[in-house]
Design a protein around this ligand. Structure first.
Ligand SMILES: NC(=O)c1ccc[n+]([C@@H]2O[C@H](COP(=O)([O-])OP(=O)(O)OC[C@H]3O[C@@H](n4cnc5c(N)ncnc54)[C@H](O)[C@@H]3O)[C@@H](O)[C@H]2O)c1
Ligand SMILES: [Zn+2]
Length: 372
């Protein structure tokens, strides 16, 4: 078991990582609760797998727990579902000392966090992330929110949990594709500013994915440490620091937009392909040694992430088109006044944010990636 502290004045909390933690949720959180009463929010996939164990762990610690269950999937992050969740929570007559517990992936975490930020003007919440993506990314940093017709995550709040419990065992039931999608975000932290961790990933990525508990714990710990460090320095993304976490995301967002943000391309898969493209572009612009770009593409492909555009998007996508991908990039909420923002790199572990990317070069890169 290992612990990562997230240091934020007045809102600091721990991320505890290791096996069998969901059975200890009650014991590990009891001292933090403002009253012995929690409402566990989860989804229809996670509830039958882990709902009872979490419930009993609270009960054994003398904490009353009730459950609120949402349909699984991104559609639960809609404004309508958010309203339904708030009403379901209010049906249970919470008070301001009640704590919400998000048990699930990033969807449950983002929605529950935003519900906690607004229910009775704010109640505490805990995160028990059950996907790799949620353990290394969405449960860390306090971004919560929902999707709107205008785009994803446009309404929400920065709202930090009181505790995060990342149980490495629950990843055993996660479908392989979801696990891989989360792994792309793990590898991302190495590419941003930690070449040693990237090299570790090259050596140990397969073992992490195969279920090696010690290596899983290490990978999650390093990822959370990296994100916590960035979040502690730039909680509300007011500088370019937190934007480094978007490595691969400008490209990835365009690929997701083109595939309809659906099951044909998971977010983490898009980020994996996006990171490969970001390194290719960096190499093409003479910023990064070409061999580093080759290494990035090679490792991501070796673990099984789709990095070639040709292999992405299932049967439903239209043929890739560079101009249309660039249009999607412009529509990304991270684009400031229509100016494309990219995270590029001077090498592995040397990422930086830039708004000065020549569009002709970008177009050429995408054309080549589409043809490859
Ligand atoms: N807040 C942030 O900083 C942040 C960062 C990254 C992503 N996100 C958000 O996270 C969401 C994606 O999260 P996600 O990838 O975890 O998706 P998800 O929550 O939809 O989970 C993926 C699927 O796995 C299932 N599942 C969850 N845990 C399982 C387990 N242990 N065993 C078997 N099945 C399990 C879920 O029911 C779901 O069907 C997106 O909405 C994204 O916007 C937020
Ligand atoms: Zn991401």
């Amino acid at each position: 078991m290992s612990t990562v502290a997230v240091s934020l004045a007045g809102r600091s909390y721990d991320i505890v990582i290791g096996p069998a933690l969901i059975d200890r949720a009650g014991e590990l959180s009891a001292g933090l609760l403002r009253s012995p009463r929690v409402i566990v929010v989860t989804d229809e996939t996670v509830a039958p797998l882990y709902g009872a164990r979490v419930y009993h762990s609270f009960k054994n610690a003398g904490i009353t727990a009730t459950l609120a269950v949402l349909p699984a999937g991104e559609s639960s992050k809609s404004f309508a579902s958010f309203g339904e969740l708030l009403n379901a929570l209010l049906d249970q007559r919470p008070d301001r000392k009640t704590t919400l517990v998000a048990l699930g992936g990033g969807v449950v975490g983002d929605l529950t966090g935003f519900a906690a930020a607004t229910l009775l003007r704010g109640v505490d919440f805990l995160q028990i992330p059950t996907t790799l993506l949620a353990q290394v990314d969405s449960s860390v940093g306090g971004k919560t929110g929902i999707n709107m017709r205008h785009g994803k995550n446009l309404i929400g709040a920065f709202y930090q949990p009181r505790l995060v419990l990342a149980d490495t065992d629950v990843l055993d039931t996660l479908p392989r594709r979801e696990l891989l999608a989360g792994y792309a975000e793990v590898a991302k932290y190495g590419l941003i500013d930690d070449p040693g961790f990237w090299a570790w990933c090259e050596q140990n990525g397969d073992a992490v994915l195969a279920g090696d508990a010690t290596k899983r714990t290490y990978a999650i710990e390093q990822s959370c440490r990296a994100k916590a460090r960035i979040v502690a320095a730039d909680e509300r993304e007011t500088t370019d620091l937190r934007a480094l976490l978007n490595l691969g995301h400008t490209f990835g967002h365009a690929l997701e937009a083109e595939t309809g943000f659906g099951p044909d391309l998971l977010h983490g898969e898009a980020v994996g392909a996006g990171m490969a493209l970001a390194f290719d572009l960096s190499a093409q612009l003479g910023l990064c040694p070409p061999e580093d770009a080759v290494r990035v593409r090679k490792h991501l492909a070796a673990v099984g992430l789709p990095v070639r555009l040709r292999g992405i998007g299932g049967d439903n996508r239209r043929a890739w088109d560079a101009a249309r991908l660039i249009e999607h990039m412009r529509g990304d909420k991270k684009a400031e006044a229509g100016r494309l923002t990219f995270v590029l790199a001077r090498g592995i572990g040397k990422a930086f944010v830039t708004r000065q990317v020549d569009e002709t070069a970008l177009h050429g890169l995408l054309d080549r990636a589409i043809a490859a």
